[in-house]
Design a protein around this ligand. Structure first.
Ligand code: ATP
Ligand code: MN
Length: 478
């Protein structure tokens, strides 16, 4: 049978065993046994659970049995039978064992003992073979799939925004330069600066920090669109919530005002959480147990107030609190808390403020709206008071900001004025401005950081552990 149609361990574990002959392939997690029999736990990544292979030693060459070690890969044919032992429902009574790739268990970096997440980051090429990362990668996949499904079901079109950009006006963060100029011998202009007109694109180019401006262009024709692609920020913030390369989901909708935008964000997030609970139950149960074990070392006040699954259920069923920035500042001022960054109207809220609102005050997700215009991007729609803009940030427990979005300024004159006020080079945005000259409409959108979502759903603490190969300052192995 073509490998394409072969059933996986996840499928066999759900099958009623009748002694049928099956073949499975995978990697050995553990081997134990005695002089007569060997029990091998085999994983093929299709589930957190392993298939128990039972090999009666008399039936096999001694050499083969010796080579079965943690980390090696096997193809096994045998009879699927009801298990005699506790802990699994079926066993595979091995008739034929083929060693595909040997591994010396003594040297294999993944030992049976528990490894720290920090150590596993150093062996990112092998960490998918651990239970924890297997679970995370399956959940990450399920969420990515659910994102496309949600948008498809709601009549959004998937737009591929470019990754290389010539505009540096988005202002979302520091950018990475893209260039083919010879660093030893760069062409110079008359005043000694590097002459990017001689570079590959004939101008200076960067990796994108957001696909928003391009998706706005598409929304002005297709009404509802979204991007889901890599974004890059060269900010030197070594936090547990920031990556230099991360994935962002950016829906953009014509005819949506701020409230519609909030309704979408809330419905979307709740759908994604429910989808994961429904489709990744085994993995979530595993991660919940792992977390409880890990947190048992901590003081009570440092632990999560709810076990993972309870938290997911709660957030997926509870209406998000919606308040304005101005109301939030009043709450923070009245809180009597001594924050590291003192609060006053006009400041950009720090993670400590966001988390106070979500975790201590409201004890549920919060959507903060109508921020001061000076701390937000140029394209956000100005409120009637002229001081605030129609921004919305969605704040999650344990995470802080998970979504940042806004209603966009659709008025040509007002947008033009903001661009000038903020000292942005308007010539580089002529195409963006033109959409406000030809058939402009009210529209809105937001950016959801994919890894922050995966962080929330898996209950992991560090964003480096929810992306296969993290890119962070001074870290580019693998
Ligand atoms: P923060 O204040 O947390 O640094 P931001 O306000 O700079 O985020 P936005 O420009 O609003 O972020 O981006 C939209 C979303 O993308 C954020 O809400 C967050 O979920 C995610 N995000 C932003 N920067 C990063 C990053 N460096 N790594 C991972 N996710 C990020
Ligand atoms: Mn933001």
């Amino acid at each position: 049978m073509s490998a394409l149609h072969q059933l996986r361990i996840a499928d066999w574990l759900k099958t009623t065993p009748t002694g049928q002959t099956i073949t499975v392939s995978g990697w050995v997690r553990t081997k134990r046994g005695n002089k007569d029999i060997a029990f091998v736990a085999l994983s093929d990544g299709s589930t957190i659970n392993t298939l128990q292979i039972v090999a009666e030693l008399v039936n096999f060459d001694e050499e083969i049995i010796k080579k079965i070690q943690t980390g090696c890969s096997l193809r096994v044919t045998g009879a699927l039978v009801a298990s005699q032992g506790a802990g699994q429902t079926v066993d595979l009574q091995a008739q034929k064992i083929e060693i595909l790739g040997e591994a010396d268990a003594e040297k294999f970096p993944l030992q049976k003992k528990k490894h720290t997440l920090e150590f596993l980051r150093e062996i990112a090429h092998l960490r998918p073979r651990t239970n924890t990362f297997g679970a995370i990668l399956r959940i990450r996949h399920a969420l990515a799939f659910a994102i496309h499904k949600y948008f498809n079901d709601h009549h959004f079109y998937y737009i591929h925004a470019p990754i290389i950009t010539g505009s540096d006006a988005e202002g979302a963060g520091e950018m990475f330069r893209v260039s083919t100029i010879d660093p030893q011998n760069p062409p110079k202009t008359g005043n000694g600066e590097i002459d990017y007109s001689q570079d590959f694109f004939g101008k200076s180019a960067n990796l994108t920090v957001s696909g928003q401006l391009e998706s706005e262009l598409a929304a002005m024709a297709l009404s509802r669109v979204y991007t889901f692609g890599p974004t890059f920020r060269a900010e030197n913030s070594n936090t547990a919530r920031h990556l230099a390369e991360f994935w962002m989901i950016e829906p953009e909708m014509a005819f949506f005002e701020l409230t519609d935008n909030m309704d979408l964000a809330e419905d979307f997030l709740q759908y994604l959480i429910k989808y994961a609970m429904e489709h990744c139950a085994d993995d979530l149960v595993f991660l919940e147990k792992r977390l409880i074990e890990e947190e048992s070392q901590l003081k009570k006040e440092d632990r999560n107030p709810m076990p993972l699954l309870e938290k997911l259920k709660f957030v997926s069923e509870t209406a998000f609190e919606r308040i304005t920035y101005t109301e939030a500042v009043a709450i923070l001022e009245k809180s009597g808390r001594k924050f590291e960054f003192p609060v006053k109207w006009g400041i950009d809220l720090q993670s400590e403020h966001e988390r106070y609102l979500v975790e201590k005050h409201f004890k549920k997700p919060v959507i903060l709206t109508n921020y001061p215009k000076d701390i937000k991007a140029f394209y956000m729609k100005l409120d009637e008071d002229g001081k605030t803009v129609r921004a919305m940030d969605v704040l999650f427990p344990g995470i802080g900001e998970i979504i940042g979005g806004s209603q966009r300024e659709e008025d040509y004159e007002k947008l033009s004025k903001r661009i000038d006020e903020m000292g942005i080079h308007r010539e580089s945005l002529w195409w963006y401005l033109e959409t406000r000259q030809y058939g402009t409409v009210p529209h809105s959108g937001f950016g959801l950081g994919f890894e922050r979502l995966v962080l929330f759903v898996t209950g992991m603490g560090n964003i480096r552990d929810v992306i296969p190969f993290p890119r962070t300052p001074k870290n580019l192995e693998f």
